[in-house]
Design a protein around this ligand. Structure first.
Ligand code: 3PY
Length: 354
């Protein structure tokens, strides 16, 4: 049991079971109403004097926040695999433990990626509008039509993250299975070519492990390791699944990147909006430099309702639904509470940040 006097601030929803488990051991302080994203001044006000902190992106945990919390803070648990909102160096300097939730959402995000890809390629959101307004199939047929993925032998280029690079099942594997399920069996030439750029893999934490796993991760899903240049210029579909690596990958997709892609390319982003220079994306989409984009993540989230990206017919935007499955969210809550309870008891975290 954690010290009964420990106070934990929770800024985001936990499952009721995990909230109860936390409440059995600690004094739990919930941010009132918890509108997301949390206003900074509210966060700074409620963090004072807590021993543990449960957050999710984009709640920024930096020196200012840690100063506001005070020296008794022992542990921060984020309900996410992404860590870009936490100043890990500053936490380390203050001996504050940080836990996160790697691995447990990979499947949910991979499924969302395939769904978003299909929505984007087939204009499904337009279909929903047409259906809801009883406009009929003729309206749909008069709209722009897209290639079937089935026939186009497209090349899928994915930038895999630290976590999903070598964990099964990945996006590439699912897409391969999907084709097999729809009757595309057998002949090797029927399989989509999967390209996998080593540029996006972590070169800081676990460097040797990642380097050892890069080739293995690619082999696991039948992917070829190619350069960043090749990935951009040869892929029909480019999927950003890499992390921000702190701020290192900020605007990784920019005007120069989109200029190297094909005019028929589809761009999908399922990890972080800040990977993309949105002005450059907007201009690539309006000028025809690329064909379409499907975004589960944007910068900021949510986008303002009058944002020009939301007005474009060749863009599908979802409200960051990647991990929104019962299994993923339940496990993420569970892992986070385990991390925080361990940290409050001065134990090693079961799932520590790298
Ligand atoms: O866990 C994360 O970092 C997410 O973005 C979940 O969708």
């Amino acid at each position: 049991m954690a010290d009964i006097m420990s106070t934990v601030l929770v800024t985001c929803p936990l499952t009721p079971e995990e909230q109860q488990r936390l409440q059995a051991s600690c004094d739990v302080r919930l941010v009132p109403g918890s509108p997301r994203p949390l206003a900074r001044e509210v966060f700074l006000k409620h963090v004072r004097g807590v021993h543990g902190l449960i957050v999710m992106p984009p709640d920024r945990v930096d020196a200012e926040l840690l100063d506001a919390a005070g020296p008794q803070l022992k542990v921060v648990g984020t309900i996410s695999v992404g860590l870009e909102h936490i100043d890990l160096e500053e936490c380390r300097r203050r001996s504050i433990l940080v836990g996160y939730t790697p691995g447990v959402l990979t499947t949910a995000v991979a499924e969302l990626t395939v769904a978003l890809l299909l929505m984007t390629i087939r204009h499904l959101q337009d279909g929903q509008f047409i259906g809801a307004n009883r406009l009929g199939i003729g309206t749909l047929l008069s709209q722009r039509m897209r290639e079937d993925i089935y026939d186009c032998r497209s090349t899928l280029g994915a930038l895999w993250s630290l976590g999903s690079a070598w964990k099964r099942p990945t996006v590439a594997e699912r897409r391969r299975n999907q084709r097999q399920c729809s009757g595309h069996r057998g002949a090797g030439q029927d399989r989509p070519r999967c390209r996998h750029s080593p540029e996006s893999l972590s070169t800081c934490a676990h460097r040797l492990l990642q380097q050892q796993h890069r080739k293995a991760g690619a082999d696991l899903v039948g992917a070829e390791l190619v350069s960043w240049e090749e990935l951009l210029s040869q892929s029909d579909i480019v999927i950003a699944t890499c992390s921000m690596k702190g701020t290192q990958n900020y605007n990784l997709f920019n005007a120069a990147t989109f200029a190297r892609m094909r005019s028929s390319s589809i761009f999908i982003n399922v990890t972080r909006g800040a990977l993309v220079d949105q002005e450059a994306l907007l201009s690539a989409l309006t000028s025809g430099q690329i064909a379409a984009a499907g975004l589960d993540v944007t910068n900021p989230e949510p986008l303002p309702t009058d944002h020009p990206l939301l007005q474009l017919p060749n863009v599908t935007v979802l409200p960051h639904l990647g991990s929104a499955t019962r299994r993923a969210r339940t496990t993420m809550s569970h892992v986070t509470v385990n991390n925080v309870l361990a940290g409050l008891q001065g134990q090693m975290l079961p799932s520590p940040a790298p």
